[in-house]
Design a protein around this ligand. Sequence first.
Ligand code: FDA
Length: 389
Amino acid sequence: MDLLVVGAGLFGLTIAERAAEAGLRVTVVDRREHLGGNAYSSVDADTGIEVHRYGSHIFHTSNERVWDYVRRFTAFTGYQHRVYSTHAGTVYPLPINLGTLNQFFGTAMGPEAARALVAAQAAEHGDGTAPTNLEDKAISLIGRPLYEAFIRDYTAKQWQTDPRALPASVIARLPVRYTYENRYFSDTYEGLPAHGYATWFEAMAAHPRIDVRLGTDFFEDGQPLSKGSARGQLPIVYTGPIDRYFDHHAGPLGWRTLDLETETLPVRDFQGTSVMNYADLDVPWTRIHEFRHYHPEREAQHAQDRTVVMRETSRFALAGDEPYYPVATPQDRERLHAYRDLADDEPDVHFGGRLGSYLYLDMHMAIASALSLWSSGAVLERSAGSSAA
Ligand code: FDA
């Protein structure tokens, strides 16, 4: 073996595929029983509906290199994501756009009138001081009425925290579109893998020089590919949590986790769309995903009297919970610096992916970052060194 990759998510699979293609013998371990990390999906045997097991995943990118790369392994459908939000008994399109504004204010404004209205409402936070909390920041961007309807309670549910107690830095901007365009993503390319995520990941791992060991935890002492056995013996690309690698030496990094509750309902179509947000506090979940809508082209294969939904709620991760979104408090950032310093002292280990870099990465970003690491030559150099040793 020339290279050990810890984690079979998109970062790890991309490194493994590139390395195998370049002639290296690669072993990939993952503690889960499937490939693909959080982007994994499987077809529900009862309904024939493909269910995204860790929440909705829609592929989108404007990066030509990534788009060319991923299409070696899968074709994509023409799916375009759109999200709606239920507030006070009414459904509105998101992100906030001219349709949302006219529906919310009961108006028929054109773009300029709408722009002027939002600017006037945003001027409420007009004392010249920089906003110090999330609420003030949001009001300074979109005004109080829109903030209270679409941001305040949704954010409180996401963070289990009053937005007045959250730092202003949690939101950088709140885009308002002064057109009726309500496509969620504005990337050049978008779609879902035509034959499912699992088929895509299997194609990436199919190279004869790639050996995949599922259900294998890098930290489980005694197994031959554990940290204790492999470290110092060969180059490692590690995509698990960076704080776990160093035994939480500088303290644990904070994450938000999700509770995802999947249910089959006895109706063909529950909500008429893939994702419905719930903006108010009277509904405990932040959103409901309905997976049949991701593949309208497969309707003939889907059950016609049942549908699969997933309710999503959000909270701070405790030990043992799946980490989903970095919290990134100032204390977390300090700890991350300490871990990066420790990582610099491990020249044979490359830390990457969302957990290894403590960054939210979309799929295309994880792939782009893995392709960059590979192209830098750093992994190949060390592998060549270790083979020669
Ligand atoms: P990922 O987490 O996928 O893989 C890491 C792997 O390492 C896991 O399989 C884990 O089991 C393994 N591992 C960890 N510790 C280990 C150990 N000790 N031993 C062995 N294996 C270990 N992106 C997008 O483009 N469109 C979208 O719609 C969404 N939607 C979305 C929804 C939600 C709720 C989240 C949280 C995220 C998204 N994403 C997304 C982001 C997407 O999930 C992300 O880009 C990829 O998961 C990143 O791939 P990685 O390989 O970095 O991590």
